[in-house]
Design a protein around this ligand. Structure first.
Ligand code: B12
Length: 292
């Protein structure tokens, strides 16, 4: 697990810099810093990671950051495309390697949206058809999903968590067991300054409505990758629209089952084809909300 905080000496060792440089960067405001009760500098892990990403620094001792997995993805694999490398690790059940690879993309500066759309999505695409050719297919698919989820949870712990900022909440729709997409949406929104609350898979509309009533989010997301009953889903959207109206909120919908839908879906409902589209939309939306 990533550490929650580092001393300047630990960060210096991890990136191969001198302790005095790290202290200077911290004192000049380039690295976010907290002080311990005893007055010592303590660097929250998310601030250390932000600094590493911004400066494109190489990590020499990942284990100091609690990210030993970074050593697990062997260089030899790097000849294939990113999605192919990941797919190979997922299919072979190489959990540490898969986590290391996903972490390395993030540390190299890639956004969560890019990692989700360009690497995870294609990596999982063929995994869903393996069962057609082999009786191993289903166990491989389940194991790959667990490995992917563990990697995303590890990455979530490195994201700077906003203490203020608008609340966003959402999940996958009723009957949809998919966990990876809704987890990724929450992470993209966290990256964009939202306090995101993920309700996970198979969220009945009544529970989503209840959550909106209690938490008053500015933004709601709904992921639909598998629909048991398309008509029931349409009714859910009507119910959601009226809740959004009552609480002056917006919703963004996405997922494979909504491929046929297009904007505008209503004054408070948008559909996004990808995480990248979501990220672009929230950037614009945040700007409109904060510009007087
Ligand atoms: C893992 C998986 C499962 C797992 C899910 C485990 C879990 N708890 O998450 C299990 C094994 C349970 C499963 C079950 C089923 N699955 Co399945 N599954 C997959 C698989 C392999 C990967 C899905 C995944 O997580 N991909 C990774 C994520 C990151 O990518 P994504 O889902 O494409 O999401 C991207 C976008 O859609 C978008 N997005 C998604 N939601 C949202 C929301 C918002 C707001 C935004 C902005 C964007 C967005 O962003 C993501 C990143 O780009 C796919 C294969 C495939 N081609 O995708 C099949 C697949 C989705 N499954 C399929 C099927 C048929 C089923 C079952 C019906 C099988 C069955 N007969 O029981 C059941 C349905 C279960 C249910 N009720 O939901 C089909 C669906 C076919 C179709 N036409 O819809 C697929 C495509 C496999 C195939 N080729 O046939 N599945």
């Amino acid at each position: 697990m990533p550490k929650s905080g580092l001393s300047p000496r630990e960060l210096a060792l991890a990136i191969g810099a001198s302790e005095s440089s790290v202290k200077r960067w911290a004192d000049d405001g380039h690295i976010g810093i907290a002080k311990t009760a005893g007055g010592h500098r303590r660097i929250p892990i998310a601030d250390a990671i932000r600094f590493i990403r911004e400066r494109h620094l190489a990590i020499e001792r990942p284990e100091i950051l609690g990210l030993g997995e970074l050593q697990a993805a062997p260089e030899a694999q790097r000849a294939a495309s990113p999605a192919d490398q990941l797919r190979a690790f997922l299919v072979d059940g190489k959990a540490a390697e898969a986590r290391g690879l996903i972490l390395s993309w993030y540390l190299a500066g890639q956004s969560i949206a890019t990692i989700g759309d360009e690497h995870l999505r294609p990596a999982f695409e063929t995994i869903g058809s393996l069962w057609l050719d082999s009786s191993d297919g289903i166990f491989v698919e389940h194991r790959a999903t667990e490995i992917g989820l563990a990697a995303l949870h590890q990455l979530s712990a490195l994201l700077p968590v906003p203490t203020s900022g608008p609340v966003a909440l959402g999940g996958a729709c009723s009957g949809d067991t998919s966990l990876l997409p809704t987890t990724l949406v929450a992470m993209v929104l966290t990256e964009h300054g939202f306090r995101a609350q993920n309700l996970g898979a198979n969220t009945p509309i009544a529970s989503l409505t209840h959550a909106i009533t209690r938490e008053r989010p500015a933004l709601v997301w709904f992921s639909a990758n598998h629909l048991d009953d398309a008509r029931a889903f349409d009714r859910d959207l009507i119910a959601l629209s009226s809740t959004l109206e009552r609480f002056d909120a917006m919703a963004i919908l996405g997922g494979r089952a909504l491929a046929g839908l297009s904007n505008p879906m209503g004054p408070r409902l948008r559909v996004a084809r990808s995480l990248t589209e979501l990220a672009a939309w929230v950037d614009g939306w945040n700007q409109r909300r904060t510009t007087p």
